[in-house]
Design a protein. Structure first.
Length: 228
């Protein structure tokens, strides 16, 4: 039996999904400049606070209010191009480099889960009213991500209903708002020779003001680094 893929072929793949998540984070920080942000896979009070403090050792002040977020696995979705043309493939050649990179485009979506935590009921109410009034973060229903040599691409945000939680920690109580945002658009994956993939990674990261890749580090791992 023969296979088209070679061993560890995924090591020479870079995706732009992380760049989209990075742009979402940037939008939140612009809208809520006095709120701490952190990517937390577990999305709990303890893990989010611990991760923020670990990544911001020189931070002068407490971590609250805190906006923590993560994302679910992506899927195709069932709207517009998502239904009619789920996958597109092609090739890309970067100026000044030999060889070409194969790319695939998925018309799909993923869910961003978030948790906003504060001790102030006034801040909770402001967030809640603004969110449902299409103000605050929910006023931004479209973000644009620049893909070098491909152009600017729009990603559409759909905000779902909120829920709330109460956290007790060391005798103190914190109020949390939890919610989800659907992010829909075109997600690119590039594959090719190692040097070309690293160059694509560097260009995508540069367009989002994210530090250059470390060797053998994929874009998605870098784009959610909250130490930037």
């Amino acid at each position: 039996m023969s296979y088209e893929n070679t061993q560890d072929s995924a090591l020479d793949v870079v995706t732009t999904m992380g760049a989209v998540l990075s742009e979402f984070k940037h939008m939140v920080k612009v809208e809520m400049p006095n709120v701490s942000t952190v990517y937390d896979p577990q999305l709990s009070y303890d893990t989010a606070v611990a991760k923020f403090l670990k990544e911001n050792k020189n931070y002068d002040g407490g971590p609250l209010p805190l906006f923590a977020y993560n994302r679910n696995i992506s899927n195709y979705g069932d709207v517009g191009l998502q239904r009619r043309s789920r996958n597109v493939t092609g090739t890309l050649k970067l100026d000044g480099l030999s060889g070409i990179a194969k790319y695939a485009v998925m018309h799909g979506e993923f869910i961003i889960n978030f948790m906003y935590i504060t001790q102030s009921m006034e801040e909770v109410e402001r967030f809640e009213v603004a969110y449902y009034g299409a103000e605050g973060i929910s006023k931004t229903t479209e973000i644009t991500v620049s893909m070098p040599q491909l152009g600017d691409f729009s990603y559409f945000l759909e905000y779902n209903e909120l829920d709330d939680i109460v956290v007790e920690k060391d005798g103190s109580y914190y109020k949390g708002i939890i919610g989800t945002v659907k992010c829909r658009g075109m997600y690119f994956t590039f594959k090719g020779q190692s040097d070309l993939i690293k160059e694509i990674s560097a260009r995508i990261i540069s367009s989002n003001n994210i530090p250059l890749l470390k060797e053998n580090e994929v874009l998605e791992n870098v784009s959610i680094d909250e130490t930037n």
